[in-house]
Design a protein around this ligand. Sequence first.
Ligand SMILES: Cc1cc2nc3c(=O)[nH]c(=O)nc-3n(C[C@H](O)[C@H](O)[C@H](O)COP(=O)(O)O)c2cc1C
Length: 343
Amino acid sequence: MLKPLRIGKVEARVPIIQGGMGARVSLHRLAGSVAREGGVGVISAVLLHDPGRNHPKDTCKGEKLKKPYNDAIPLREEIRKAREIAGSKGVVGVNILFAMSDFEDLLLTAFDEGVDLILTGAGFSREVFRLGKRFDVPIVSIISSAKGAKLAERSGAAAVVVEGTDAGGHLGTMESVWEILPSIVEAVSIPVIAAGGIFDGKDIARALKMGASGVQIATRFVVTEECDVHSNFKQAYLNSKKGDIVLVKSPVGMPGRAIKNRFVEEMASGKWRKPGCKYNCIKPCSGHADPYCIATALLRSASGDVETGLVFAGGNAWRLREITTVPRLMKELVEETERELSS
Ligand SMILES: Cc1cc2nc3c(=O)[nH]c(=O)nc-3n(C[C@H](O)[C@H](O)[C@H](O)COP(=O)(O)O)c2cc1C
């Protein structure tokens, strides 16, 4: 039997966190389904609103906000729907990146809706820990070094996700999780969750044997029926080959891992330099100086245009063969891990 994953006051029966995937890839359906199966389901709060749909702005109720903002209503709806699927015991978290313009407002909305966990990365904020304490919600920091892990622990993180270079999306290191995990397990006494290229039960067992308390997996959850993204995005994973998963520049200021396509090939030539900003989504955005608009590029792929959109993917995406379901995938991962651990 696998040991449950305990993060502060929260306990998940299965020590697997489904990684948050921004720009409408991990929403209520995926997060709720993973939580229902005993793992931690994570909604990404990145780019929930569609400027074309003109969502009314709102604030959360529990704390005075500086301003009404766009994503309050969609985030609230996603959390409520995920909870309905997850059931009363399911653990639902929200991934909110510090680099986002509405970081604090999103955080307060998530607290207001009673999420179980907040996972945060792409920058560091002491305020998130103060607020986590105030609302009694454990904060999990996503880090890529022992230095980052120590800072997170000192600041009040309940756990850290250590993300190696094979992760999808933005990367904080070029080292694999296997290289950095030992130094992080050594550096902190809070639970350490391994991420980036964890593919099967063998990998999970390896991480647990190295001292991790659980794993975070994203790429494998993309090719499930429940994943909220467009089916073309899932198909792009299934069609990818080994050399197709590459590093790309991003306006966020960190490299990203994605599937090579027309967008990636043409981006270097400046073809996708943005005409103007509709989203105001990230703090580091420098407008015309950036090689492209990250919001436009990610939302394009999430809605099915996987040729001229940016398709973030983990380094193991090319190994995927078929669409599965969340219950089947969770069962397979748990059984493989248990077999590995007992052999
Ligand atoms: C499509 C995609 C989008 C992602 N978006 C985010 C994000 O918005 N925030 C974040 O913290 N991590 C993001 N990640 C990273 C995952 O949460 C996870 O930590 C990582 O991908 C784990 O490695 P794996 O995909 O090899 O399992 C993303 C990953 C993918 C594949």
